[in-house]
Design a binder for this molecule. Structure first.
Ligand code: PMP
Length: 330
C-alpha cells in the first residue's frame, strides 16, 4: 500500500508543467512549478512545516502550545494544517479588510481568527501587528513564527523546492523566476541553485510596480502576496541577478490566460511571475530552460481577477470600467 501517514507528509514534490500558450514567440522551454497542488493549496505549506519543525527542535514551541501569527492567507492555512496534526492551538490575527471567505478557511481547519480594524496605524494598540504581539505575550506557551524574519522560511526552499527543481530538470535549468514577498522562495531556491550550478543558473525576482524590490516606495498595487514596503530579513539581497517589474494589468492578464489557455487556475502573483518569465524567455535561445514558480491557486480570487466587473472597474479590461484607481480600494 502506498499512502502518507498524514496530510503533512504530502507537502512538496510538486510537478513541473510546460507552458505552451502564454509564452508567445519565445523559444526556450518554460516550465511552471505548480505549488497549488500542496495540501493547503500553496507554496506556504512548505515553510509552515519547516518553521514548526525548527521551533519544536529549539524548544520555542512546546507540546500543547499556541501558534500566534498576523496572517490571513496562505501561511495561515499551512500553519493551521500542521498545527492541527500536531496538536497545537492556532490564533491568527488579521485586518478587517480580509474577506470573510478567507477567515472561514482558517476556521474550517480549526484555527481561531481575531479580526482587527484596518484603518488604524501599525503602532495603534488595536492594529493587527500590536494585537498579535500582545496575544503572543499573554497566551501561555505562545510562539510567533514571524515568516518575515524566520530563517526556516528560506531554508525550507533551500532544502526542498530548490533540490526538487534541480532534479526535475536534470540540472538543465538555466533561469529561475519567482515573485518576491517575504523573499523566502527566491532566497532559498536561488541560493541552492547558485551553489549546485556553480553560479550558472540566473535568478530573477518578479515584483509589482511600486514595491521596494524594484526601487519603488510602497505605492499601492492590487496583486496579492508579493512586493513589500520594507526590506524583510528573509530576503537575501545577494541572490537575485535581476528584478523584473510587472504592472497589475499585465499580472492579471497573464493570470487569466494561465487559466484559459494552460488549464492552470492560479492566483495573481502567478500571473506576475509568469509575465516576468515570458520577458526573460524572449531574450533567450532555444537551449534555455526557464522555471517559474506559481505559488497558489485561483479559487481565492474568483470575485476579483476572474470577475469581469471587478476587472473592468479598475480599468484592467480593455473595454468598460469606471476608471476607479487602486487608491479607491485601499
Ligand atoms: N505569492 C503569494 C500568493 C504569496 O502568498 C507569497 C508569500 N507572501 C508569495 C507569492 C511570495 O513568496 P515569498 O514570501 O516566499 O517571497
Amino acid at each position: 500500500m502506498r499512502y502518507f501517514e498524514n496530510i503533512v507528509d504530502a507537502i512538496g514534490n510538486t510537478p513541473l508543467v510546460r507552458l505552451r500558450h502564454v509564452i508567445g514567440e519565445a523559444a526556450p522551454t518554460v516550465l511552471a512549478k505548480v505549488e497549488y497542488v500542496n495540501p493547503g493549496g500553496s507554496v506556504k505549506d512548505r515553510i509552515a512545516v519547516r518553521m514548526v519543525d525548527a521551533a519544536e527542535k529549539s524548544g520555542e514551541l512546546r507540546p500543547g502550545g499556541t501558534i500566534v501569527e498576523p496572517t490571513s492567507g496562505n501561511t495561515g492555512v499551512g500553519l493551521a494544517l500542521v498545527a492541527q496534526q500536531r496538536g497545537y492551538r492556532c490564533v491568527f490575527v488579521c485586518p478587517d479588510k480580509v474577506s470573510e471567505d478567507k477567515r472561514n478557511v482558517l476556521r474550517a481547519y480549526g484555527a481561531e481568527v481575531v479580526v482587527c480594524p484596518t484603518a488604524v496605524a501599525p503602532e495603534d494598540p488595536r492594529s493587527y501587528y500590536q494585537v498579535s504581539d500582545r496575544l503572543a505575550r499573554e497566551i501561555p506557551d505562545a510562539w510567533k513564527p514571524n515568516q518575515y524574519a524566520n530563517p526556516a522560511n528560506p531554508q525550507s526552499h533551500y532544502e526542498t523546492t530548490g533540490p526538487e527543481i534541480w532534479a526535475q530538470t536534470e540540472g538543465r535549468i538555466t533561469h529561475f523566476v519567482a515573485g518576491v514577498g517575504t523573499g523566502g522562495t527566491i532566497s532559498g531556491v536561488g541560493r541552492y541553485l547558485k551553489e549546485v550550478s556553480e553560479g550558472r543558473v540566473q535568478i530573477i525576482g518578479a515584483d509589482p510596480e511600486g514595491s521596494v524590490y524594484s526601487g519603488g516606495t510602497g505605492r499601492p498595487y492590487l496583486v496579492e502576496g508579493v512586493g513589500e514596503d520594507f526590506w524583510p530579513q528573509t530576503y537575501d539581497r545577494t541572490v537575485c541577478d535581476r528584478i523584473v517589474e510587472v504592472s497589475d494589468t499585465e499580472s492579471f492578464d497573464v493570470t487569466r490566460r494561465l487559466a484559459r489557455e494552460e488549464g492552470l487556475l492560479v492566483g495573481g502573483s502567478c500571473g506576475m511571475a509568469a509575465a516576468a518569465a515570458v520577458a526573460v524567455a524572449r531574450e533567450c535561445g532555444p537551449e534555455a530552460v526557464v522555471v517559474v514558480l506559481l505559488p497558489d491557486g485561483g479559487r481565492g480570487y474568483l470575485s476579483k481577477i476572474f470577475n469581469d466587473d471587478w476587472m473592468a472597474r479598475y480599468g484592467f479590461l480593455a473595454t468598460g470600467g469606471s476608471g476607479a484607481t487602486v487608491a479607491d480600494v485601499l
